[in-house]
Design a protein around this ligand. Structure first.
Ligand SMILES: Cc1cc2nc3c(=O)[nH]c(=O)nc-3n(C[C@H](O)[C@H](O)[C@H](O)COP(=O)(O)O)c2cc1C
Length: 213
């Protein structure tokens, strides 16, 4: 597949078939993470692939309260029935309620001593540390799409990191950065993702100045 076609159709998959993902395909997809850049090439990312039903059920049980709180936070009646937002919400709800049935969950971990944040003294939330982690995640999502697998990137479970770390026996000096879902998609890949136009996010020379061309 052409790389741009892969990017354009790597949407969040929330409906999965039960068919297993075999070891060779999973290894190929996870291998893509290795090729991502990281600050000082410290390569802080490790991945835990979870297929055992009992572990996935425990993760789902941890996920659901956060998902319910998120939905409650959106506010009842705010999402119009039949709208794009209500369809997304319905899909994400299905995803949450069937998390344990998804063939593979992948916990993305990062050794924080090996991320190199350069923006910790600015009196705002640091964002640079993530730059050594999420390129690896995106590589996995793109490799999954290229292999015909659906994927979803989630972060709700990072809020219960101590429980997730205990469950997966993640060492003390390693943190959780995301939980990915992987499996054969039960619905077609999206043809067109809902994204802002280029002119609204890419500028020329100064922020806000049209790119032109
Ligand atoms: C940082 C981050 C956290 C996310 N967390 C969740 C999550 O916890 N649960 C979920 O269902 N989707 C999650 N998503 C998926 C987003 O909802 C999704 O990327 C967005 O709605 C765009 O949908 P699309 O990729 O299908 O176009 C997350 C995405 C990102 C980038």
């Amino acid at each position: 597949m052409d790389l741009l076609d892969v990017m354009h159709s790597t949407g969040t998959c929330r409906y999965y078939k039960q068919d297993p993902v075999d070891d060779e395909v999973l290894a190929r997809v996870l291998d893509a993470a290795r090729w991502a850049p990281s600050g000082g090439n410290r390569q802080p990312v490790s991945l835990v692939a979870i297929r055992e039903r009992a572990t996935k059920e425990r993760l789902q049980a941890l996920y659901l309260p956060f998902w319910d709180a998120y939905v409650a936070g959106i506010g009842e009646g705010k999402v119009r029935v039949g709208s794009r937002d209500s369809r997304i919400l319905e899909a994400a709800d299905h995803f949450a309620l069937h998390l344990a049935e998804i063939p593979v969950l992948v916990c993305v971990c990062a050794r924080l001593a090996d991320v190199h944040p350069t923006d910790t003294d600015l009196g705002r939330l640091s964002i640079v540390g993530g730059a050594s982690v999420y390129p690896a995640v995106q590589n996995v999502l793109l490799a999954a799409r290229a292999a015909g697998l659906g994927s979803a990137l989630t972060t709700l479970l990072c809020a219960v990191e101590p429980e997730v770390k205990r469950l997966l026996e993640i060492p003390d000096d390693v943190s959780t950065a995301a939980m990915l879902a992987l499996g054969w998609p039960a619905r077609p890949f999206p043809k067109k993702l809902n994204r802002r136009p280029l002119a609204e996010m890419a500028y020329s020379e100064k922020f806000g100045r049209p790119l032109g061309g």
